[in-house]
Design a protein around this ligand. Structure first.
Ligand code: UT7
Length: 319
């Protein structure tokens, strides 16, 4: 039997650090409000010259190094992003060229903040079916480009970054199971409604959000999908060593963990350091906990994410 297993993780945050205090100098907000409502202390903002594929490249290089795998072995790239470099080609193809490789499949996934979990689940199927042997799965965003910096209700919540894993075919598990879900009827509570037509942007190209609607929806579906995925794997909550939810808001993370009965010390929280980086948030948190020694080989990890669409999903794996 073929399993897909994470051989290495990597992440990258841009150089420019923006604290809550710095935002409060240009916006009617405060460190106290942002931290108490979200847990966020700071975010990183990409340079004007940096695109999602640039951030992804740095994260993928780190993941390949950690996996002791040359880029030439990669036969599949799945790139989760809502802020692609251009309309086409896909950021995955642009990343492939930057890695100096060619020939394998490469495509983008658009599932907003659930993008990495979607991408991981798809890559797992490619590997289990024998179609790929070595996949790069990356989430990368320059979300700062789609924020209205005059809208304090959304601008303070997000940041830029990238996280990646190398997924390899192995005789031992691996990814144990995953569940993906969507409900397009909820599109309006979190969206960027703008589109390009006739050489111009039609409609707003900034994030629009019903914060409380998203909050309630997120906690409910994260709990449901985590339980469904555990059931699929024949596991219970106590069989999981680490829970890595989408890093959107520490109150959503806490409420979800509480509903699931997972103690706070088994939940990886990094949102304070980089805010909500959408598709990059789960692999950023995973890489952080691997590199600081919390997640060890053989331990079970549950990833769960929710985002615009609405989309949501979870994956359980043995690291
Ligand atoms: O990947 C998913 C992405 N989305 C999310 O994660 C968002 C989920 N939702 C949330 O995290 C929360 O709903 C927010 C953090 C967005 C907002 O927290 P809240 O406790 O739901 O606050 P609220 O929207 O009810 O706003 C409370 C007050 C309002 O003032 P009034 O009407 O009570 O006078 C807002 O105008 O806070 C005000 N406010 C702010 N004040 C200072 C909103 N944004 C800010 C701000 N600084 N940045």
């Amino acid at each position: 039997m073929i399993w897909s297993r994470i051989a290495g993780t990597g992440s990258y945050l841009p150089e420019r650090l923006v604290t809550n205090a710095e935002l409060a100098r240009t916006m009617d907000t405060s460190d106290e409000w942002i931290h108490s409502r979200t847990g966020i202390r700071q975010r990183y903002i990409a340079a004007e010259s940096e695109s999602s594929s640039d951030l992804a490249l740095r994260a993928c290089q780190a993941a390949l190094l950690a996996a002791d795998t040359p880029a030439s072995e990669v036969d599949l790239i799945i790139f989760a992003t809502s802020t692609p470099d251009q309309i086409f080609p896909s950021s995955a193809c642009l990343l492939q060229a930057k890695l100096g490789i060619k020939g394998g499949a490469a495509f983008d996934i658009q599932a907003v903040c659930s993008g990495f979990v979607y991408a991981l689940s798809i890559a797992d199927k490619f590997i289990r079916s024998g179609q790929s042997r070595c996949a790069l799965v990356v989430g990368a965003e320059v979300f700062s480009r789609i924020l209205d910096w005059n809208d304090r209700a959304t601008a303070v919540l997000f940041g830029d970054g990238a996280g990646a894993v190398v997924l390899r075919a192995e005789p031992n598990p691996g990814i144990l199971g995953s569940v993906l879900r969507a409900d397009g009827s909820q599109a309006k509570i979190l969206s960027v409604p703008g589109t390009v037509c006739g050489g111009q942007v039609k409609g707003t190209a900034f994030v629009q959000m019903d914060g409380q609607g998203v909050f309630k929806f997120a906690v409910r579906v994260l709990d449901e999908v985590a339980r469904e995925t555990l059931l699929q794997c024949g596991l219970g909550v106590t069989d999981v060593d680490w829970f890595i939810p989408h890093q959107a808001n520490v109150r959503i993370l806490d409420a979800t963990a509480k509903r699931l009965g997972i103690p706070a010390e088994r939940v990886v929280v990094t949102v304070d350091r980089h805010a909500n980086t959408s598709a990059a948030s789960v692999p950023l948190a995973l890489d952080c906990a691997v590199r600081d020694g919390r997640i060890k080989r053989g331990q079970r990890v549950m990833l769960a994410a929710v985002g615009g669409g609405f989309t949501w999903g979870a994956a359980v794996l043995e690291y």
